[in-house]
Design a protein around this ligand. Structure first.
Ligand code: PMP
Length: 442
């Protein structure tokens, strides 16, 4: 009997490169046919064969409240009934920008775009425009979208497909990006000693989650703040994935609360980039920062940036409603669920005798396999790549068979939502022991 997923994938490959609109969806690193999804509600997704799964992908982050939250869907329907796109300013955009600034006060000015890629691309152009300098520092294993200048040694799909970067990026563009090992402030100091007067910006994931979850060591982000300030470069904190997901004010909020509880001053980057949760499942992303920097953007300043669908009213309705619903109780619930799952995952692997480490950043977590990871943890991309990735393949498919969708790559974070209730969590817990044994046997 033919499987509707297989049929759909065969058809898709005849008309869409690789059959997918974004590479990691193709299951290239884990093998097999991707599930074509027909619907999603709460903690569950349903494929075209009518099979339901507990979803630990959550659209790669946006579904903080769970899929198709009734209030979000109602807000989208209401907005759609008033028109899909105007190409003119709306009050709801102002509401969304104000909500972002309420949560992250340093984002005095917020420019809405449609994707995280646009947000980081604009942040880099703005940093170059403000400083008049060409170079950008990024970290190996950090993914900031498919911007030419930021694809070198990127995580996410670039890691999954074992690509060094991308064909089609000119040598000139690549030469303007300095790629440094993550969590290594000495390397940053050295790069600035050599090229300091030519560096426009350092961009980093607030807490990396695209090489698996590799949180910053204590003092790393503060160190980046100090070094960039000393050399007149901008510090861009990419919160596309972490922003409004790991807490009301993103990773920046979590980390600064911790620093200040320890008597420190905390740090403020020059620019933030946001995506995913800010759109609640629709295409909204943003960059934010102080007026003195952001007002270099057109129409006030000389740095050009624009978008026909920027601030799209239907998308903004989804984002605004999501953020308004994402109160402390939602974050507490997501944290509890993530704790329970991360603990259970670690326990299942330990029982099955699989050497591993579960790394966490707020409610984000992922697993790294092998003796090296298990003994000292993973602090950078080189260590993330050195793990026993094949164990994840066996684990992933065993979980899928048991009705749980995980990210189809070991280099991605797992996501939970406020809709993951006891019933959903229990289904994952029941699936874990056998899947961990499959990983052990791999
Ligand atoms: N930055 C980070 C940290 C991301 O995780 C992503 C996407 N996973 C992006 C930027 C790019 O966002 P988008 O896919 O919306 O272009």
């Amino acid at each position: 009997m033919s499987d509707p997923n297989n049929d759909a994938f065969l058809r898709a490959q005849q008309v869409i490169p690789g059959g997918v609109s974004s590479p990691v969806r193709a299951y290239r690193s884990v093998g097999g046919d991707p599930r074509f999804l027909a619907s999603a509600r709460g903690a569950y997704v349903t494929d075209v064969a009518g099979r339901e799964y507990v979803d630990l992908v959550c659209s790669w982050g946006p579904a903080l409240l769970g899929h198709a939250h009734p209030d979000v869907v109602a807000a989208v329907q209401e907005a759609a009934s008033r028109g899909l796109s105007f190409g003119a300013p709306t009050v709801a955009e102002v509401d969304l920008a104000e909500e972002v600034r309420r949560r992250v006060p340093a984002a005095e000015r917020v420019r809405l775009v449609s994707t995280g890629t646009e947000a980081t691309m604009t942040a880099i152009r703005l940093a170059r425009g403000v400083t008049g300098r060409p170079l950008v520092v990024k970290f190996a294993g950090c993914y900031h979208g498919h911007v030419d200048a930021l694809l070198a040694e990127a995580g996410s799909g670039v890691a999954t497909l074992a690509m060094p970067g991308s064909a089609g990026v000119t040598e000139t563009a690549a030469a303007e990006t300095l790629v440094l090992p993550y969590n290594d402030l000495a390397a940053v100091e050295a790069a600035f000693t050599q090229h300091g007067s030519r560096i426009a910006a350092v961009i980093t994931e607030a807490s990396p989650a695209n090489m698996g979850v590799v949180p910053p060591h204590e003092g790393f982000n503060e160190g980046l703040r100090r070094i960039t300030r000393e050399h007149g470069a901008l510090f861009v904190l990419d919160e596309v994935l972490t922003g409004f997901r790991v807490g009301p004010s993103g990773w920046w909020g979590l980390e600064n609360a911790r620093i200040q509880a320890d008597g420190g001053a905390g740090y403020v980057p020059d620019l933030f980039t946001f995506g995913k949760v800010i759109g609640g499942g629709m295409p909204v992303a943003a960059l934010g920062g102080p007026a003195a920097i952001m007002d270099h953007l057109a129409p006030l300043g000389p740095v050009y940036q624009a978008g026909t669908l920027s601030g799209n009213p239907v998308a903004v309705a989804a984002g605004l409603t999501t953020l308004r619903l994402a109160d402390d109780a939602v974050y507490a619930q997501v944290d509890r669920t993530a704790n329970a799952l991360a603990d259970a995952v670690g326990e299942a692997f330990s029982r099955a005798g699989v050497e591993h480490v579960v790394q966490r950043a707020g409610s984000l977590f992922s697993v790294f396999f092998g003796p090296l990871a298990a003994s000292s943890g993973v602090r950078d991309y080189r260590q993330a790549q050195a793990q026993e990735t094949y164990r994840y393949t066996a684990f992933f498919h065993a979980m899928l068979e048991a009705g749980v969708t995980l990210p189809p790559s070991v280099f991605e974070a797992w996501f939970v939502s406020a809709a993951h209730d006891d019933a959903a969590v229990n289904r994952v817990l029941e699936a874990l022991p056998a899947a961990a044994r499959a990983a052990a046997a791999a």
